[in-house]
Design a binder for this molecule. Structure first.
Ligand code: C2E
Ligand code: MG
Ligand code: MG
Length: 721
């Protein structure tokens, strides 16, 4: 035998042995589960997979082989380490090398499986692609632990909602991406009212349970509209991508407040909390997380100070709110000392014979410089400090004193704020007022609102019982506007319900529901043996409607506004126990009188004018002469709020305009536009991209191209009268 052939033979057997050995090593490798091998064809279909691997997936080989790899596996988006957002089939068709790529088996299986996949594209001698060759191993246990850890770092263990850390990152990345794409994103900050109270009185486990339920309710309201997080304590946050319609946001906020304010079952007891919401919108109120969050924070703060259970949009003026609040508190203290606070009395009249059955005491404050300040402004500020207790005590005593000068069958109603009611000394204060003035307890009616039910219901019940024991009457004021109402009536000993003015406002308007609600409330209270007073009746169309629905008592301007004690005494002295209703035939929704400098844009001209009143659908504006009816205008209400409108009336320097789209509630008793000028649009017009500055913007910024024509209207100066 030739050496050469011997050598060849040897080499041959060597290579055969080698080949066998290699297979054996590979087999062992596969069998031991150290790792598996896979291969794909040029189309990305799986053509080989280690047998153990197939077993691990609980599948038959023919269910896997021949299937595209990218339908069998997907890149796990929950993987905290995964930076790339390219899907698997992108990686494969780009012929990228795969290095320890974490993929999840897509097929339905009882237990999810995660693999770490490596592989490289194999090329033939001619350079053509021949498919992938690679290895894989199962990392399910380790990966699940990692997910768990990252979840703990990203999610709140109590509610399962995202935690502050995750929300911050979310907001950062959303805002960065949206800035480039010129998209909007809203941010809501939520704070629970009275949560601390529940936590303190019912214990921490109860508090935890309550927070869990809050989380569930939030999830139900928000659904897939945005991401919810708990920032800590009783603070929650919602990121709402692609929403900048303030009408829509206001409705959502209202719904959240309503949902979170209905009663909870906590450890077998009922608990009620409230919720305040602050809203800011990128890019209008902030472009980066810091600015946007600060804006939402200020709005939340204002919502809480505005009486809680409210939402509030951010606006530039809010920066001064805290300062104003402080000034108002100081002024109020002074007003108390200087006797600038007064009580006026509004009659409650029996519709049967127009006789006066009682008066409601309403606080009036004539500020030496600012003039008349409405109670809706100063009472909430007082409620946020201890001042409300002093104010309330004074009002109670004063009202009882004054009522002693009225006929004995005429009652006096006094408003009691929830904070006063919760005050431990409240029953003693009432007792003392009764004793010192000598008024018959049955003549004193305390008007409470549904907010007293927030917090510890057992304490509330105790106070109720003590008051009933004194013999005073209890009325539920503003019925139907607050927390879900009917449930309280079963247990609470009210003698009277007061139907809120808002139902009366809308009962003759398009909203037919209000009339039905009024009728239902009257029916319900009849059944429960309670009196009903309908509040806020101004015009005869409302009067006739509520009388037809069975209203026996009415308190409204159609009979009288609140008047000072002197007037009441004079009336009584002249024998005036009766008042005839008198007022307009039909109700016209209230226009708020205002004095607000606005811009009026007509063609490429801008005029300065003064808005004198404002409703959702229109406004009266002073300062322009010679504007024909039918002229189309744009009002600049400041802060990027533009309103398209048409002139309906025009006389001297005053025009009346109707808005193309109605304004919406700003959550705090004011009105605002649904949309604002987008900072993106301003940036396109050459301004730097920033959140909206306060005030009015020159025409050039609003898309006008400078003043070319002559002004068509005369502008006159309007002074505050
Ligand atoms: P309220 O207790 O619901 O009082 C009724 C309000 O409706 C009063 O507003 C009254 O002037 C107004 N009103 C009655 N009839 C009509 C009507 O036909 N048309 C219109 N447009 N309004 C009508 P007011 O006096 O501004 O008081 C607002 C709120 O301030 C009260 O609502 C009450 O919640 C609070 N408040 C007033 N005085 C006191 C007080 O002494 N203590 C406390 N805690 N709150 C008070
Ligand atoms: Mg009242
Ligand atoms: Mg009321």
């Amino acid at each position: 035998m030739a050496v050469s052939s011997l050598l060849r033979g040897f080499a041959g057997s060597r290579s055969r042995d080698n080949e066998a050995l290699r297979r054996e090593v590979l087999d062992d490798f596969e069998q031991a589960g150290i790792g598996w091998i896979w291969a794909s064809d040029t189309e990305g279909r799986l053509v080989y997979l280690s047998e153990k691997a197939i077993d691990c997936l609980d599948r038959d080989a023919d269910e896997l082989l021949g299937q595209p790899l990218s339908t069998l596996f997907e890149i796990d988006r929950d993987n905290p380490d995964e930076k790339s957002d390219r899907p698997l089939n992108f990686q494969l068709s780009a012929r990228n090398k795969l290095t320890d790529l974490v993929v999840r088996f897509v097929g339905k299986s009882d237990k999810p499986r995660w693999w770490s996949l490596s592989g490289h594209p194999k090329t033939g001698p001619d350079g053509s692609f021949q498919g992938y060759r690679g290895s894989a191993k199962d990392i399910t246990v380790a990966f699940q632990r990692k997910l768990e850890d990252s979840r703990m770092a990203e999610f709140d263990a109590l509610t399962g909602l995202a935690n502050r850390h995750r929300m911050d990152r979310r907001l950062d990345s959303t805002l960065a991406a949206y800035k480039t794409a010129k998209r909007a994103c809203a941010l809501m900050l939520l704070d629970l009212d009275k949560f601390k109270y529940v936590n303190d009185t019912m214990g921490h486990p109860a508090g935890d349970d309550l927070l869990r339920q809050v989380g569930d309710r939030l999830r139900a309201v928000i659904a897939n509209r945005g991401e919810i997080g708990r920032l800590g304590g009783d603070e929650f946050q919602v990121i709402l991508p692609d929403v900048d319609d303030r009408g829509e946001l206001g409705e959502l906020a209202d719904k959240i407040i309503q949902m979170l304010s209905s009663p909870y079952q906590v450890e077998g007891k009922r608990a009620i909390i409230g919720c305040s919401v602050g809203i800011s919108i990128a890019p209008y109120d902030g472009l980066e997380r810091d600015e946007l969050t600060r804006s939402a924070d200020l709005a939340l703060y204002a919502a809480k100070n505005g009486g809680r259970g409210m939402y509030r949009f951010y606006s530039a003026e809010l920066k001064d709110v805290e300062q104003e609040r402080q000034i108002m508190l100081d002024d109020m203290r002074e007003a108390m000392e200087q006797n600038h606070l007064k009580l006026h009395y509004q009659p409650v009249v029996s519709t049967a014979d127009n006789s006066i059955v009682g008066f409601e005491a309403l606080m009036r404050w004539e500020h030496p410089e600012k003039g008349n300040i409405p109670p809706n402004h100063f009472i909430p500020v007082a409620e946020d400090s201890d001042l409300i207790n002093r104010l309330g005590e004074w009002a109670l005593r004063r009202a009882c004193e004054d009522a002693m000068a009225w006929p004995e069958n005429v009652r006096v109603a006094v408003n009691v704020s929830a904070k006063q009611f919760a005050n431990k000394g409240f029953v003693a204060i009432v007792t003392q007022a009764l004793a010192e003035t000598g008024i018959d307890p049955d003549r004193l009616e305390l008007e409470l609102t549904e907010t007293i039910f927030v917090g510890d219901l057992e304490a509330t019940e105790k106070t109720f019982n003590a008051l009933k024991h004194l013999g005073v009457r209890l009325a539920l004021d503003d019925f139907g506007t607050g927390y879900s109402s009917l449930s309280y009536l079963r247990s609470a000993p009210f003698d009277k319900l007061k139907v809120d003015k808002s139902f009366v406002d809308s009962c003759t308007q398009k909203d037919q529901n209000s009339a039905k609600i009024i009728s239902a409330i009257i029916g319900l209270s009849d059944a429960l043996g309670m009196d009903v007073t309908v509040e806020g009746v101004e015009a005869f169309d409302q009067f006739n409607l509520v009388c037809e629905k069975g209203a026996k008592y009415i308190q409204g301007w159609i009979y009288s506004k609140a008047r000072p004690q002197e007037d009441i005494l004079a009336e009584i002295a002249s024998g005036g126990y009766r008042i005839e209703p008198s007022g307009p035939d039909t109700y016209r929704p209230e226009r708020r009188s205002v004095f607000r400098r606005i811009g009026v844009i007509h063609e490429d001209h801008r005029y300065e004018a003064v808005m004198r009143d404002l409703s959702k659908t229109g406004s009266r504006i002073e300062g322009l002469v010679g504007v024909p009816v039918g002229t189309g205008l744009v009002l600049d209400l400041g802060g990027g709020q533009l309103v398209v409108c048409e002139v309906r009336r025009s006389a001297d320097a005053t025009i009346g305009v109707e808005f193309e789209t109605p304004l919406i509630n700003d959550g705090s008793g004011g009105l605002c536009t649904r949309h604002r000028v987008s900072p993106y649009a301003l940036a396109a017009a050459g301004m730097p991209l920033t959140s909206l500055p306060p005030g009015n913007y020159p025409n050039s910024m609003l898309g006008g191209d400078g003043q070319k024509s002559q002004p068509q209207f005369m502008q006159v100066t309007v002074a505050r009268s």
